[in-house]
Design a protein around this ligand. Structure first.
Ligand code: PMV
Length: 333
């Protein structure tokens, strides 16, 4: 087997129809589909090198630091999947950098595992189809499956017990639509409860979980129709409703999961205020307190200024639609 080194990049993605619930935790299979937008400016660049000489342990450097034990285990388990696929037991050296701080909780696991899936498989001498890569990235993080593709992306829940059809695909009807996503960061540090634990608790204890899952097929159809028509108010209203329903299902868990802070609510109010002034801006919120606002390219700086002036908002970013995961450099040893 040929071992080499590969550098790959992937953009983060923000779901407009959320993934919140698994039908199988060990294979990381989602309970339902989801739909997202891949971003250009927020992402991860990862270099992987496999080598027989690297010793008994994988060497990992994430954002210039050795990762903590939990992050290390998650990454090593993922590399084990790639090694099993490639039929090697060579250790890897992984160097990964995010374009924004990981701790800000801005979908860094999505771009992180998408970039790692591509860099590690290529460095191990494998050449997977985008669908196979997406299914592999899913094992690292459910949302990472979507970051293999660019622009608007849908994730198929799939039905195969081995998860082979549980991968994402591009929605080409959305290509060239010049939207922006303004990110309002409202807190520092990692989220209070990780998405896997929070999803499991919601599934086990929330009386609203089943209704949440039942609404998703309809939301996916509505989102695709809005994308095909390039109808931002329709897509935005759907995204807000979907995010609020996801959070409602989590808030109804026992013990409750509440990711919001006063700044989250203030940011929602700002978005509503922008709409009252005639600016088409729509929020979505992931498993954390930050607020992401979908708007047009022409109003993005106005939206950013309003979000930045909202009490409790610490920083803002403007992101635009980006390409799927891709290789930057490869060398064969
Ligand atoms: O990929 P995970 O396991 O971190 O889950 C992501 C969950 C949400 O970000 C809240 C929703 C989504 O679809 O990205």
């Amino acid at each position: 087997m040929k071992l080499s080194s590969c550098t790959a990049v992937a953009g983060a993605n923000i779901a407009l129809v959320k993934y919140w619930g698994k039908r199988d935790e060990s294979l990381n299979l989602p309970a339902a589909g989801s739909l997202s937008l891949t971003l250009k400016e927020l992402g991860t660049r990862t270099t992987v090198r496999f080598g027989e000489h690297l010793g008994p342990r994988d060497r990992l450097r994430l954002n210039g630091l050795e990762p903590d034990d939990v992050t290390r285990t998650r990454n090593v388990s993922f590399l084990d999947l790639v090694r099993a696929y490639a039929g090697t037991d060579a250790r890897a050296e992984v160097v990964s950098e995010n374009s924004v701080p990981t701790a800000a909780g801005l979908a860094s696991s999505a771009s992180g595992f998408a970039a790692l899936a591509l860099a590690a498989t290529r460095a191990a001498g494998l050449s997977l189809t985008p669908e196979q890569l997406s299914a592999l990235a899913r094992r690292g993080s459910g949302s990472a499956a979507r970051s293999i593709f660019g622009g608007f992306v849908r994730m198929n829940a799939g039905t195969a017990p081995d998860g082979s059809d549980s991968h994402a695909s591009a929605i080409p009807e959305g290509d060239g639509w010049t939207l922006r996503l303004v990110v309002a960061v409202t807190a520092e540090g990692p989220k209070a409860i990780g998405s896997t634990a929070a999803m499991a608790r919601t599934e086990r204890t929330s009386p609203y979980y089943d209704s949440w899952v039942t609404t998703i097929p309809r939301d996916l159809l509505e989102a695709r129709a809005a994308i095909a028509e390039r109808d931002l108010p329709r897509l935005g209203a759907l995204a807000e409703r979907n995010a609020l329903r996801m959070h409602a299902s989590a808030m109804a868990a026992d013990p409750p999961i509440l990711y919001w802070t006063p700044a989250t609510v203030a940011a929602i109010e700002t978005v509503r205020g922008l709409r009252e002034q005639g600016i088409p801006a729509y929020f979505t919120i992931d498993a954390g307190p930050h607020v992401k606002v979908l708007c047009t390219a022409g109003t993005a700086s106005q939206v950013e200024a309003a979000m930045g002036a909202t009490p409790g908002v610490l920083r803002t970013y403007i992101a635009s639609p980006g390409r799927g995961a891709r290789v930057l450099q490869e060398t064969t040893s």
